[in-house]
Design a protein around this ligand. Structure first.
Ligand code: NDP
Length: 478
C-alpha cells in the first residue's frame, strides 16, 4: 500500500515527490511506501490548519461531535481492514489489533467527542467582591506526534482531544507504522471532513516531526515516544514557552507479594510482560517476587511462557514480530548485555525463525532473565521488547527502593491480598499509574502519564481537554 499525506482535505504525495519504503516486519520485506515529507509539506499543513481554525473552533459543539462520531463510525464499519492493516504494518497478532488497538482507537474518538460537551468551566466566588469565571479557549494549530507500538490507538489518543477541544491539527504518525493513520485520512476524505482541520504529514522524525515542533505557528505539542526524542522536543518547546505534553518511556515494576493467588498473577503477568511483544510503554519489565514464592513463581511462569506460540501474526499465535530489523538488533543486544552483566536466561534469549512465509521476519523468543543486580543496565534502561527480569525481595522497604531506583516512573502493578499494604505501596511507588491486583485496566477519564523521565503532564479525560485549551480567568465586580 502506498501511503499519502492528507493536507487541506486532499490526499497527496510529498511536495518533493520522494518516498520511503515501508516494511512488513513479519516477513522482513518492503510492501509499500510513504511520503518522505519535509518542512515544505509541514508548512502547507500548518497554513491549511491555520485557515481552518476560525470555523472549526467556533463550530457548535454538537456539530463537532457529529463530525468526530462520523470518523469513529466509519472506522468501525471498516474495522476488518484496519485490523489487518495494523497487524501487517506493526507485526502484532491480529487478535490483539482486533481486541485492543482498533476498538480502542474508536473509543478514543467517541470519548473525546463526548468529553468536549461535558467539559465544565470553573467559577469562583470572591466573597464581598465579585465572581470569577474561567473561559477555556482552543489554542490554535497544535502538533501531535505518535509512535509505532500502538499506531492508531496512540494517534487517536492525541488527535481526538485536540480536535474535540476546537484546535486544528498537524499530526505525524511514526514513519515505521503509517498505514492505519492513512486509512483514517481516507475516511476523512470520503466523508468530506472539513478541510484543513486535520492534516497528517508522513515521514522521518527529524524531517517532519522537528519542523512541526520548531514552528512558532504551532501552539502546543503532544508527543508520545522515547525519552531521548522527548528531551529534544522539550528543549525546543522550552525556548518558545510552548505548551508540551510528553508521554515517554518506562521501566515498570511488577511487584508480587507472597499472599497472592499465583495462577491469577501468572495469567496477568504473561500479558503484562509479553503482550504486543513487550512493546507497550506500560509493560511490566522488572518483576519483583517475594522470596517465599520466588521459586514456585519462577518455575510456573517459565513453563507457561514456553507454551506461547510465536510466528505469523495473521495466524492464531500469542507472539508476533517486533517492529523492525533495528529494533530486533537492539533487543538482542540487551539480551547479550544481560549475560555479560551476570544474568541467567531461564527461557528464550534468541531470534526465532518460523517456517514458511515469515522465515525472514523479526521474531524474538519471549525471554525471562534472573540473577541480575537491580542497578545493572538491563534493569535500568528501557528495552521495549519481549524481555523481563525476575528479582526476589524480602521486605516492602527493599522492593520500594529497587522499584524506584530507575529514572522512569510510568506504571506499576502491585499484587497483594493485604489491602492496607496495597494502598501503602501505591503511595510509595514513584509512578504516574498504579494498578493494584491488575494490569492495564484503562478508564479513559483518568489522568494518564508518567513521573520523572517518563514524561511531563497528563492526558486522558479532562486532563487532555485542559492541555488542549488555554484558561482565561474573568473577574466581574459586584
Ligand atoms: P521515538 O521517540 O523514536 O519516535 C516517536 C515519534 O517521534 C515518531 O513519530 C518519530 O518519527 C518522531 N520523532 C523522532 N525524532 C523526532 C524529532 N527530532 N522531533 C520530532 N519528532 C521526532 O519513539 P518510538 O517510535 O521508538 O516509540 C517507542 C517509545 O515510545 C518507547 O520509548 C515507549 O516507551 C514510548 N511510548 C510511551 C508511551 C507513554 O504513554 N508514555 C506509550 C507508547 C510508547 P520516526 O518514526 O520517523 O522516527
Amino acid at each position: 500500500m502506498n501511503v499519502l499525506n492528507y493536507i487541506n482535505g486532499t490526499l497527496r504525495p510529498a511536495v518533493s515527490g520522494k518516498a520511503i519504503d515501508n516494511y512488513n516486519p513479519s516477513i522482513g520485506a518492503v510492501y509499500g511506501t510513504l511520503p518522505d515529507s519535509d518542512s515544505e509539506d509541514v508548512q502547507l499543513a500548518i497554513e491549511a490548519a491555520e485557515a481552518a481554525f476560525e470555523s472549526w473552533s467556533k463550530m457548535p459543539m454538537e456539530t463537532r461531535f457529529d463530525w468526530l462520531m462520523k470518523i469513529a463510525n466509519e472506522i468501525e464499519l471498516q474495522k476488518e481492514e484496519f485490523i489487518l492493516a495494523e497487524s501487517i504494518d506493526n507485526g502484532k497478532p491480529t487478535w490483539l489489533a482486533s481486541m485492543s488497538d482498533i476498538p480502542r482507537a474508536v473509543s478514543n474518538i467517541k470519548f473525546f467527542a463526548a468529553a468536549q460537551m461535558n467539559f465544565p468551566s470553573e467559577s469562583h466566588h470572591t466573597p464581598g467582591q465579585g465572581i470569577n469565571y474561567t473561559l477555556r479557549k482552543p489554542l490554535g494549530v497544535v502538533g501531535c506526534i505518535s509512535p509505532w507500538n500502538l499506531p492508531l490507538y496512540l494517534f487517536t489518543w492525541k488527535i481526538a482531544p485536540a480536535l474535540a477541544a476546537g484546535n486544528t491539527v498537524v499530526a505525524k504518525p511514526s514513519e515505521i507504522t503509517p498505514v492505519t493513520a492513512f486509512l483514517l485520512t481516507k475516511i476523512c476524505e470520503k466523508i468530506n471532513f472539513p478541510k484543513g482541520v486535520l492534516n497528517v504529514v508522513h515521514g522521518l522524525g527529524p524531517k517532519v516531526g522537528q519542523p512541526i515542533v520548531e514552528s512558532k505557528r504551532i501552539k502546543a505539542v503532544a508527543f508520545t515516544g522515547g525519552t531521548q526524542t522527548g528531551r529534544i522536543i522539550n528543549k525546543v518547546c522550552a525556548e518558545q514557552f510552548k505548551k508540551v505534553s510528553l508521554e515517554l518511556g518506562g521501566k515498570n515494576p511488577n511487584i508480587i507479594f507472597d499472599d497472592v493467588n499465583i495462577d491469577e498473577v501468572i495469567e496477568t503477568t504473561v500479558k503484562s510482560s509479553f503482550n504486543n511483544q513487550g512493546q507497550i510503554c506500560l509493560c511490566g519489565s522488572r518483576i519483583f517476587i517475594h522470596k517465599n514464592i520466588y521459586e514456585t513463581f519462577k518455575v510456573r511462569f517459565v513453563e507457561r511462557i514456553q507454551k506461547l506460540q510465536i510466528g505469523d501474526p495473521l495466524t492464531d499465535v500469542n507472539i508476533g514480530a517486533v517492529v523492525s530489523a533495528s529494533h530486533l538488533e537492539k533487543i538482542l543486544g540487551y539480551i547479550e548485555l544481560a549475560k555479560q552483566e551476570g544474568g541467567t536466561i531461564l527461557t528464550g534469549g534468541k531470534r526465532f525463525v518460523p517456517e514458511g512465509r515469515c522465515e525472514s521476519g523479526y521474531f524474538i523468543e519471549p525471554t525471562i532473565i534472573e540473577g541480575l543486580d537491580y542497578q545493572c543496565r538491563v534493569n535500568q534502561e528501557e528495552i521495549f521488547g519481549p524481555v523481563v527480569t525476575l528479582t526476589p525481595f524480602e521486605t516492602e522497604e527493599e522492593v520500594i527502593m529497587m522499584a524506584n531506583s530507575t529514572l522512569f516512573g510510568l506504571a506499576c502493578s502491585i499484587w497483594t491480598k493485604d489491602i492496607e499494604r496495597g494502598h501503602r505501596m501505591a503511595e510509595a511507588i514513584e509512578s504516574g499509574i498504579i494498578w493494584v491486583n491488575s494490569w492495564m485496566v484503562r478508564d479513559l477519564r483518568t489522568p494518564f502519564g508518567g513521573m520523572k523521565e517518563s514524561g511531563i503532564g497528563r492526558e486522558g479525560g479532562f486532563e487532555a481537554m485542559r492541555f488542549f485549551t488555554e484558561p482565561k480567568n474573568v473577574f466581574v465586580k459586584y
